[in-house]
Ligand binder design. Sequence first.
Ligand SMILES: *[C@@H]1O[C@H](CO)[C@@H](O)[C@H](O)[C@H]1NC(C)=O
Ligand SMILES: *[C@@H]1O[C@H](CO)[C@@H](O)[C@H](O)[C@H]1NC(C)=O
Ligand SMILES: *[C@@H]1O[C@H](CO)[C@@H](O)[C@H](O)[C@H]1NC(C)=O
Length: 423
Amino acid sequence: MIAPRRFLQAFIFLSVAVLAIAQDDIQEEPPAGEDPVDTGVDVDDVGEDSYKSVKGTAKKAWQNFKPSLAHWSNKRCVENSDAVGILARLSASGFIATHIVRKLMQDGYAVRGTVRSVSSSNAKHLQTLSAESGGEGTLELVEADLLSTEDWTNITASASYVVHCASPFQVSGKDDDFSAALVGTRRVVQAAIDTPSVKRVIVTSSIAAVSSGRDDVHLCTFTPDDWSDADKSDPYPKSKTLAEKEARQLVANQPAGRGLELVTINPGFVVGPSLSERQDFVSFDTIKRLLNGSVPAAPSLSLSIVHVDDVAEAHVRALSRGKPGGRYICWSGNLWLYEVCQCMRNNESITSYRVRLPYFRAPNFLVWTIGLCDKTARAIVSRLGVESFYDTSSTTSELGIAFKSADDAVVDAALDMLQRGLV
Ligand SMILES: *[C@@H]1O[C@H](CO)[C@@H](O)[C@H](O)[C@H]1NC(C)=O
Ligand SMILES: *[C@@H]1O[C@H](CO)[C@@H](O)[C@H](O)[C@H]1NC(C)=O
Ligand SMILES: *[C@@H]1O[C@H](CO)[C@@H](O)[C@H](O)[C@H]1NC(C)=O
């Protein structure tokens, strides 16, 4: 589906934005008395070669582009901020947790899940999940909050497994923000240690705990033996790295003879259909922005994608398979943002909806130029053009996961949100 207006807008954006930025007034409001700059571009206007309209287009594109950069800076990662996941039996209302809970129920587990508020809309979908899952499993929801519930042992009581898949992360970027993730992990893992019936605890970590802050990104394929350099990482990967280390430390220091096993699942950028109305997870927002026309041109950012189904399946299998202390990376492959757009554009079910995918890549020098005067853009400059590769062979051989393709993850996510009218 050709969208000439988008096409022109992106083209003009690419050719003019740098010039306009150089003029240094593109961020400013028009001076009083001057007509507000025309923000729409009519195809007819463009032929007139009006400087003002071209500049207006660049300005509009810039206004769209800047927030889209903010979106990709790591500070925005708030996945699972409210969902406290857990256990099994345990669990929660987050994006990944909901998929895990559904699979556990299909497999016949009695799941006890924690949510911050049973009556909140964020927990509603869980109530209907049991009916829909078609399995023998049951779901009991209890209220708990990682940050305020200190004693979790009455929640983990009598459970055989604990799955901790919530990681609260606050956005403001202050130093102690990641203490939330640490405190939550400490409380849940300690409760698992203190509950004799619990045989194994599964902690959802991330590839952010594997490959962040490393200088050798270009040189290697990261394996489960690799660790991020927390001191050189942004707040989000830093919080994931410290939280995973904390969990391992606690289990290593458990009382002699206790024998609790820890397994971590380290997924990449988790993409796929949501089982709830919640839209507050990062991949949802990314795909939505690409579809809804708020990204005029895609910066050269690589996403290390994995399908949410595979991530949930890895958690469930890790209850009974996988080595104690194992670290299982979940990753299907990388897609550049423009490839993400490409695979959505190639699926006719997606293009039968009104979608406004960007046609162009934003050249690195442009993002770099913007970065000179904008902190948000600067935050992603170091990630431009950088890809990381991961060795998932142990996940395949020990947990038996055959990863779906990254393209499928993207298409499934996009179709899901389009079908539900969320774009
Ligand atoms: C755990 O204990 C707290 C405080 O004693 C109580 O408020 C909460 O309801 C209990 N939770 C469960 C699942 O029994
Ligand atoms: C596109 O989606 C993003 C993320 O939800 C939203 O902030 C933005 O306003 C949307 N833009 C348009 C043009 O609908
Ligand atoms: C689009 O994707 C869906 C879901 O993966 C798939 O079932 C369908 O066949 C695809 N359609 C086309 C035309 O590729």
